[in-house]
Write a protein that binds this ligand. Structure first.
Ligand SMILES: C[S@@+](CC[C@H](N)C(=O)[O-])C[C@H]1O[C@@H](n2cnc3c(N)ncnc32)[C@H](O)[C@@H]1O
Length: 208
């Protein structure tokens, strides 16, 4: 029986508004079933770990990385959860050696990490990324362009590296975090073709 990390036993939200949002993003929920069953998942800049917790409930071992890990302390007893406290922007080496079946990044952007994210995907691994984009400055934070994706930026990142399953860019109104968002789901299988024309394997978008 997996441990439950439901809404009843959340981490303290203290003064950090993102910790008050406990439900996983709909984008992550939508594509989580495409991650290899039982495969390891990385939740980067995990915050309170709402996405890592979701994957733990789905039976995945999960690595959660953040520079502040107090909100993840309750995960310590779970042998399937690995919490890594690391500053991802101070020039230190990438803190992970492992390859993942799923790499999840939500509401975080540090462009120099892009290559590390792609390199962290196992063959067939899924990148699920969602964060704010230009135009969000008209709604709320983040407003710094360093933290806002440009139109089509996530597409550019994965083009020729991953097979794109889905991409969206636009205004999100019905959410605790309104604003302009961009999101992508893409799979690391461009070189896994079994076809003569080298087209990559086609994923089942509606697995059980
Ligand atoms: C807006 S929150 C998103 C949290 C989580 N991904 C979610 O969707 O609920 C951004 C997270 O990035 C983390 N973060 C910001 N700068 C960081 C850095 N330099 N190194 C590691 N984590 C960082 C923050 O601590 C925070 O938890």
């Amino acid at each position: 029986m997996p441990m439950s990390y439901g809404k009843a036993d959340p981490p303290s939200s203290s003064a950090k508004p993102h910790l008050a949002i406990r439900n996983p993003s709909e984008w992550i929920i939508r594509f989580a079933p495409l991650v290899r069953e039982g495969g390891p998942v990385l939740d980067l800049a995990a915050g309170g770990g709402r996405h890592g917790r979701y994957f733990l409930e789905r039976g995945h071992p999960v690595t959660l990385v953040d520079r502040q890990t107090e909100a993840l302390l309750d995960l310590e007893p779970d042998p399937r959860a690995t919490v890594i406290q690391a500053d991802l922007e101070d020039g230190s080496p990438w803190p992970l050696n492992e390859k993942f079946a799923g790499v999840v990044v939500v509401n975080y952007l540090h462009r120099p990490l892009t290559e590390n994210l792609l390199e962290s995907l196992e063959p067939g691994g899924l990148l699920i990324y969602e964060t704010f984009a230009r135009g969000n400055e008209n709604f709320s934070r983040p407003r710094n362009p360093d933290h806002l994706l440009k139109s089509g930026e996530l597409l550019q990142v994965v083009l020729g590296r991953l097979q794109i399953i889905a991409y969206e860019h636009g205004i999100r109104e019905k959410s605790p975090l309104q604003g302009v968002i961009q999101r992508i789901c893409a799979v690391n299988n461009l070189d896994q073709s079994v076809r003569e024309d080298r087209e990559p394997q086609v994923l089942n978008l509606e697995p059980n």
